[in-house]
Design a protein around this ligand. Structure first.
Ligand SMILES: [Zn+2]
Length: 423
């Protein structure tokens, strides 16, 4: 298809590549949160030069914020001066650690054929670059548009988003009076609309024991053996039950369409010896053992039932094991969320995907959460999706890359959404 708007994006191919490369070359590693100010200043300079109103805001006092690693966010707004809705593109600017196994420079932004390589290429600097180019092409070709456009680059999505979207949402940046439509260009792929995510509950379970000399374990009570009984109960009764619980949400991959449970860690008895210690361990009965559980639940489940179900597992173990006692500590919870398929941002994006790609959009739900949770819960804004270039399975991997044509196509989709909603 050729029309002035999508042609304007084809014209910006080199600019899009250069922008994505520049963003990848700023190593915004999180943790601990490096170069946040640098990436915000880079984006601010570009957008200020085009006449956007720009704020660079530190999430002072947010979890993780310190003078050594301040949590900087950039929010830019372009108002038409004519009444209308506001469409907001929100990208996180932080990236996860590099890890091992790279054959490319993780912060080189190397272009090879259709691919740009680097940590954060798909998750999600490619999406951030595509949204900027989409807005720039729309503004250049649509003089009589109405409403406003916002672009934000926010901190800490990879560590929960509390120094980024959550902090901004608490201060009204995603209030429905200010913003009516949100696209988060996470790497869900150019033909898929992500409507939301499953719920999360993290909890720590501790079993209690009594310390004694390891040569006379009968004088103590092993917290590790108690935890073994808990794990056995989870293995034989809870896992099969979770596998039977299926959701109507279109979660991808399909194996995540059931309730899931991961045992994140287990620690019991004597602590690991300090590095460099060359002696033997001391003989002790473990007086405590802890596991951290990561339970992902479905929109059909209530978080209180999820918690009660685990408590029932522990109570069953308690009823048949003398001396068994436990404590549960809540660590973190997020409600599942799913934007309605009839919502304006969903319908508009689906129509744009059909125009650009000539195929019907796929609707998906993410197995894990992302910043939509804060926009939904704190911002009270339901009209929000994730849509952007890149393949989700490349995120956080060595040799992460984003496809140039995928960025072009998704920038066209985003630009057509602006055209639909703002002109
Ligand atoms: Zn991401």
């Amino acid at each position: 298809m050729t029309d002035p708007l999508t042609a304007a994006i084809d014209d910006r191919r080199a600019a899009l590549i250069g922008l994505a490369q520049d963003l990848i070359r700023i190593p915004t590693l999180n943790p601990p949160g490096r170069n946040y100010r640098a990436i915000c200043d880079y984006l601010a300079a570009r957008l200020l030069a085009q006449g956007w109103e720009v704020e660079v805001i530190r999430a002072q006092g947010a979890p993780g914020d310190s003078d050594a690693f301040p949590r900087w966010n950039m929010v830019a707004r372009m108002a038409s001066g004519r009444a209308g809705d506001c469409v907001h593109f929100n990208s996180h600017h932080d990236v996860v650690e590099v890890g091992h196994g790279w054959t490319r420079d993780p912060f080189g932004g190397e272009l090879d054929g259709d691919r740009i390589y680097g940590r954060g290429a798909c998750d999600m600097k490619g999406g951030l670059a595509a949204s900027l180019i989409a807005a720039e092409a729309f503004l250049a070709t649509t003089p009589d548009w109405r409403g406003s456009i916002e672009i934000s680059a926010t901190a800490d999505e990879e560590s929960g988003g509390y120094g980024g979207v959550a902090w901004l949402a608490e201060r009204g940046y995603f209030a429905p009076a200010r913003v009516q439509h949100v696209i988060i260009p996470e790497p869900l792929h150019k033909d898929r609309i992500c409507l939301g995510h499953r719920g999360v509950w993290w909890a720590e379970v501790e079993t209690h024991g009594r310390i004694a000399h390891g040569s006379m374990p009968f004088l103590g009570d092993s917290a590790i053996r108690h935890m073994g009984a808990v794990l056995e109960e989870i293995e034989h009764h809870l896992y099969p039950l979770l596998a039977t619980r299926q959701t109507a949400m279109p979660v991808v991959p399909p194996q995540a369409r059931q309730s899931t449970l991961n045992i994140n860690s287990i620690h019991g008895g004597e602590a690991e010896p300090p590095e460099g210690y060359t002696g033997l361990p001391a003989p002790c009965v473990a007086d405590r053992c802890r596991i951290v559980l990561d339970r992902r639940f479905l929109i059909e489940e209530a978080v209180d039932d999820v918690k009660a179900e685990l408590r029932a597992v522990l109570d069953r173990v308690q009823s048949r094991r003398p001396g068994f006692s436990y404590t549960i500590r809540d660590l973190f919870e997020v409600q599942p969320t799913q934007t309605d398929r009839g919502a304006p941002i969903v319908r508009s994006t689906a129509a744009a995907i059909e125009r650009v790609l000539g195929q019907v959009a796929d609707y998906v739900v993410s197995p894990g959460t992302y910043d939509q949770k804060h926009i939904d819960r704190i911002g009270r804004l339901q009209n929000c999706i994730a849509y952007g270039p890149g393949l989700l399975h490349l995120a956080h991997q060595p040799d992460e890359w984003v496809g140039v044509q995928d960025m072009i196509d998704s920038a066209k989709v985003m630009a057509l959404v602006l055209q639909d909603l703002l002109s």
